[in-house]
Design a protein around this ligand. Sequence first.
Ligand code: BG6
Length: 466
Amino acid sequence: MATYTFPEGFWWGSATSGPQAEGAADVDGRSQSIWDYWFEKEPERFFDGVGPKDTSTFYKNYKEDIKLLKATGHNSFRTSIQWTRLIPDGTGEPNPKAVAFYNDMIDTLIAEGISPFINLFHFDMPMCMMEKGGWENREVVDAYAAYAKTCFELFGDKVKYWLTFNEPMVPVEGGYLYDFHYPCVKDGKRAAQVAFNTMLASAKAIEAYKQSGKDGMIGIVLNLTPSYPRNADDKEDVEAAYACDLFFNRSFLDPSIKGEYPHGLIKILREQDALPYYTSEDLKTIKDNTVMFLGVNYYQPRRVKKKESDTTFDTFMPDMYFDNYQMPGAKMNPYRGWEIYEKGIYDICTNIRENYDNIPFYISENGMGVEGEERFINEDGKIEDDYRIEFIKDHLRWLHKGIEEGANCKGYHLWTPIDCWSWTNAYKNRYGLISLDLKTQKRTVKKSGEWYKTLSDNNGFTDEEK
Ligand code: BG6
């Protein structure tokens, strides 16, 4: 029987975000984000036509919800502040109602012994900032840095773990390359500018945090997709995987941790005339303000092969350098269409240990979205989601091995505590430890939620004999 015990003080918890969980989108002075706006314009792009307005009612139910976090073993929890709620005009004075909400939510967590991890931006560009050009406009970078500073002033005495962004690569991919986030642009050069300005915004927030003199830690959450070539002996497949790693991982990983962009990425962007505008002062800001810790969201690997298709591109696109590869026999989550490859989490541990100075990190998201979970409700009304328990264990075994080999991993957060709204997928796939009845908003702890409590209480788990 193998036992997997994690380091003392390991962060067990889960993650959500303000826009996906709070609901109350038009309550108490919150302004529109790009999601509210996009839903008004194109509701058909959202699963079942369900938009971001009433997502999961955490704004109203947070006190009860936090009790459920406690009941499911959380010692830590990440959510995000909505810029649109805190500073509805994008710049200027914070909204007192939002300040009161976030203060009380944070205090309630702390009173329950749950460390708040607070993220500042989870895909939710305020519409008033989007009208100025979003991340393409440096004014928005400065407005974000001012918003971050306000957050540190307001909540920095009690919040000890801050994150500047969640998955900054996703709005780049979704909004400027592959049409799954507003503003639905497809242009690699503009994408590069958006990525650079987001990175600069992160560094400026870190700078503001250091200047605030608060005694916590600040980092960034990156979605890392280890890139595997179809054939590790084929030079061109390997080069394709290398290019993907540059575009989708190292474009934020290197500047966030090392303060510098990888040469390979600069070379490609220069060749493609897609280098973003920047100043030498920007580069210094990035160099001087690297993260103190890293959050890693891991869902799926990326399988690639050399370019074989003869697609034509009107503008620079990363896809000029690789083709996606459907590996025969891959284990899939059919509801999300994502490959499940547990060893990827271990490969990330090794990569951070060997190439990124073994910086402290934690798994800030991992999880499994399943459609139609009502199928698994038992006579007590509880969802028996054994597949989720297995999914978590399968990843934790590899994470444990990574830690045993020296990875500086401080915790594991599941996506997500209570089933929440998932962007254009709305409520299609459920990820929670706690189910949500959309009609009544009733929360019920799933089997995985009960199991998660024992996992956290025991700081690990033992494989049962089969
Ligand atoms: C992460 C995001 O990419 O994955 C979350 O940080 C998101 O916001 C989660 O909800 C699950 O992905 P999806 O697309 O199924 O909601």
